[in-house]
Design a binder for this molecule. Structure first.
Ligand code: PLP
Length: 399
């Protein structure tokens, strides 16, 4: 079966922040293009592809049964998550009781922060970091303690285990947010890296919130290894958050899930998650997951990743041949974190000036400072290839 990743959807006015919020000044939206230029959405992390047909079929089939009363998740829901973990990540041993529902991955992160820490408490996070973690920490009145990721001799982003340990000790840190694969650097952590991180967390008794929302986006033959699988200890101290929404472009449907294997950890976490009384699954979002986590959904993901990888290469090739720009070629996600420091210095321009020129040209790219990149841009390439090529032509004119 072949899926369509080459038709550009017209999302304007169709519930799409990526287009409709441009130029509104709301949130983190880039500026609108100059009159007469169409915007190419390359910022917020959703995809400009139609979701998999199996997802739509599943939602429509449920919608055709015109009763939407109270419900419990059926067996098919739990089986779908177990099927997906086995098929895509080789994980077995997930039982129904390990699975919890959350209104969004960040909702789950917030519940874990409330359950296991106090207001004002420092939380270990790597930097660069995902803006959503910063916002959630601020909302929850917790404080990020950033452990910098560092480029090694080959330019690969790595964790600094000594730095992590020192920060944990110095600040009596009890909880870490661990993003795997990592947004915005695009790292797929290797097994030895996960094991070393797990050792640091274990040695200091740190509870790990493993945000694995990008698990299905590994590229270049890299393998996603769920953090909880690296050791028995990691299995017991980890709250894994994941979701069907990033993989299948369903953020507007809401919904995510947790995997927690330790009973004590799970009880305290889920008790907190439920205490809001708002944490209830939506029936259509649940059927989206049941439709997505299937063989057909898996085929769709493989084809989507091929398109994404081609687009990432196009953008990274452009970065490589543009003097003053630098980026790590991602092994996962669909975003590229572009360091513009040298380019801005050489051209006497600030990042603000540069990004405004790009926005004027309809390249709706994201300011990287919100991810702790001092002079960076983050570009989302989950677009038809022709649109990425068009964006690169416009970028070439600006750069
Ligand atoms: C690492 C990470 N976690 C969480 C989210 C958001 O998840 P949700 O919309 O389910 O809260 C994103 C979205 O980009 C993300 O990149």
């Amino acid at each position: 079966m072949t899926f369509d990743f080459e038709t550009m959807l017209d999302r304007a006015g169709r519930d799409a922040l990526s287009i409709d919020s441009l130029g509104t000044g709301k949130g983190y939206a880039p500026g609108a293009p100059l009159p007469g230029i169409d915007p190419i959405p390359m910022w917020i992390a959703d995809m400009n592809y139609p979701t998999a047909p199996c997802v739509v079929r599943s939602i429509v089939a449920r919608a055709e049964h015109p009763a939407f009363g109270y419900f419990d998740a059926p067996r098919a829901y739990y089986d779908a998550i177990k099927f997906w973990y086995k098929k895509r990540h080789g994980v077995t041993g997930i039982e129904d009781e390990h699975i919890g529902y959350h209104n969004g991955v960040l909702g789950g992160v917030a519940s874990a922060l409330y359950a296991f820490t106090e207001p004002g408490e420092p939380i270990l996070v790597h930097s660069p970091t995902y803006i959503g973690f910063k916002n959630t920490l601020r909302t929850c009145k917790r404080v990020p303690e950033y452990s910098p990721l560092v480029r090694d001799g080959d330019g690969v982003w790595r964790m600094d285990y000594e730095d992590m340990a020192q920060r944990i000790e110095r600040n009596n840190i009890r909880v870490a947010i661990f993003c795997s694969p990592h947004n915005p650097t695009g790292r797929t952590w290797e097994r030895w890296e996960l094991e070393k991180a797990a050792d640091v967390y274990a040695e200091h008794g740190v509870t790990v919130i493993a945000d694995e929302i990008w698990a299905d986006f590994t590229l270049r033959g890299t393998e996603f290894i769920p953090f909880h699988t690296v050791s028995d200890d990691a299995r017991a101290r980890t709250i894994t958050m994941s979701s069907v929404s990033k993989t299948f472009n369903l953020a507007g449907l809401q919904g995510s899930y947790s995997l927690v294997f330790d009973e004590g950890l799970r009880e305290k976490f889920l008790e907190q998650a439920e205490s809001s009384c708002y944490n209830e699954q939506n029936v259509l979002s649940m059927h989206a997951l049941i439709g997505a986590y299937t063989d057909e959904g898996s085929e769709w993901v493989d084809q989507m990743r091929q398109t994404v990888q081609g687009n990432l290469d196009l953008l990274c090739d452009f970065v490589d041949r543009t003097e003053g720009l630098e980026a790590y070629r991602p092994e996962a996600t669909y975003v590229v974190f572009i360091d513009c420091t040298e380019w801005c210095q050489a051209h006497g321009k600030s990042l603000d000036e540069l990004e405004h020129e790009l926005w004027d040209a309809g390249v709706a790219i994201q300011d990287g400072r919100m991810f702790n990149g001092p002079c960076h841009l983050r570009a989302n390439v989950a677009l038809p290839q022709a649109k990425v090529e068009e964006a690169l032509q416009r970028m070439a004119r600006v750069f």
